[in-house]
Write a new protein. Structure first.
Length: 394
């Protein structure tokens, strides 16, 4: 390669928003972040709120620790988006002058005990709403990650954190902080290392929900080469064993507000007409299911195949597939039965296939067909009725 070509090639790889790792970051963080990929600047960065009750204090060193950890999670998403064909895309993070990630420190009106796991999110979000009203323009998008210090009581402490909300809820999600929540423990086979995978993997997974992702499982082939999907059981492997984002997840993130590149003017989540399904067919052809959909108004059409029951938190087994646009508004995907092999009911019992319609502005719709393998034989068509089973959002 000629020098000029090399320089041009290096130019293409030039950082887009890659700040040097700040001087006050830990040595371990610099080591881990050394291979960072350039992240495309975002129009609407993710809001991160560090939330306290009226009687507690931040966990020591939280600004540096959480900055290091959030940049690591941002890099995980950026690298997985790149691998899935969306170079450098990740959720945006606001940075302070010293290189730390901006955290909104919000103090609630109640004692910390009242912000407990089961219902604490209601009080917490009400307090954050007041903060937003009192500080117009501070929150930059519709997505909020809330981080609260662990409870310190009979059950919970820095070696066994918990007690506070920890889940995704619409565009909000909740994670926790504790003294050993520090990137220096990443991948270590120690109690602190395993705790970090649990709580940082948990943060990355719940954040996925807060960024519009449902649960999904990988295909047999992808899991063999890439490990565990983050939105499957990846919260138990993150940072310790190979963990990845499916293309299905990446497509949803491509249409998520906080992944939108700077300068974009998309009105995310604004009301717009539902997709119009003009034709749909599902057939058992040889050793695969073939799904054909004709619909208008979609950026992507994804599919998930799973065993019953079809309810939240029993859907980690939903194997993710993506249609290809074959012409105009026609989408198609071939689902090899072998890729579903790990599902208990494949080939013998009831399964459901959800078609997920993703609109350019991030609105999403899900449409379910249920069928029973024991009633089918190769060559059969599986009835799909676009007029029924179609519902908004998820
Ligand atoms: Zn989940």
């Amino acid at each position: 390669m000629k020098a000029s070509t090399l320089i041009a090639a290096l130019g293409l790889l030039a950082p887009l928003s890659m700040a040097a790792v700040p001087a006050h970051f830990s040595d371990r963080a610099r080591e881990i972040l050394a291979d960072e990929v350039a992240v495309v600047p975002a129009e609407h960065p993710l809001n991160i709120v560090y939330f306290l009750g009226n009687d507690n204090q931040p966990v020591a060193g939280y600004e540096r620790r959480l900055s290091e950890l959030m940049l690591y999670v941002q890099q995980f998403y950026a690298k997985e988006m790149t691998r899935n064909g969306f170079p450098g895309r990740s959720f945006g993070l606001e940075r302070l002058e010293n290189g730390n990630v901006k955290l909104h420190l919000v103090r609630g009106k109640r004692p910390s005990r009242e912000y407990a796991y089961a219902t604490g999110h209601n009080f917490c979000m009400a307090d954050i709403k007041e903060y937003a009203a009192a500080n117009p323009g501070q929150l930059r998008s519709d997505h909020i990650l809330v981080i609260m210090p662990t409870f310190y009581d009979e059950q919970n402490n820095d070696m066994s954190p918990g007690g506070v909300p920890f889940y995704g809820l619409g565009r909000n999600c909740f994670a926790l902080d504790y003294a050993h929540f520090d990137i220096k423990h990443l991948g270590q086979d120690t109690h602190e290392g395993r705790l970090l995978t649990k709580w940082l993997g948990g943060l990355a997974h719940e954040l996925g929900h807060g960024l519009n992702l449902p649960h999904n499982e990988g295909t047999v082939t992808d899991k063999a080469s890439m490990g565990t999907p983050l939105m499957g059981a990846g919260n138990y492997t993150f940072g310790m064993k190979p963990t990845y984002l499916t293309l299905n997840s990446a497509r949803l993130l491509d249409r998520c507000q906080v992944f939108a590149p700077a300068g974009g003017k998309t009105a995310f989540y604004a009301e717009c007409p539902k997709p119009e399904i003009q034709a749909a067919s599902l057939k058992w052809v040889g050793d695969a299911l073939e799904l054909d959909i004709t619909c208008t108004g979609c950026a992507y059409v994804n599919a998930l195949v799973q065993d019953p029951p079809y309810v939240v938190n029993q859907d980690y087994d939903a194997v993710a597939f993506c249609t290809e646009r074959v012409a105009g508004n026609q989408y198609k995907v071939t689902i090899p039965i072998a890729e579903l092999a790990a599902r208990q009911n494949t080939g013998k019992g009831e399964q459901g296939i959800d078609v997920l319609f993703v609109q350019p502005n991030g609105n999403r719709y899900r449409w379910r067909t249920v069928f029973d393998w024991s009633q089918l034989k190769p060559g059969d068509s599986i009835p799909m009725n676009p007029a029924e089973n179609f519902w908004g959002g998820y």
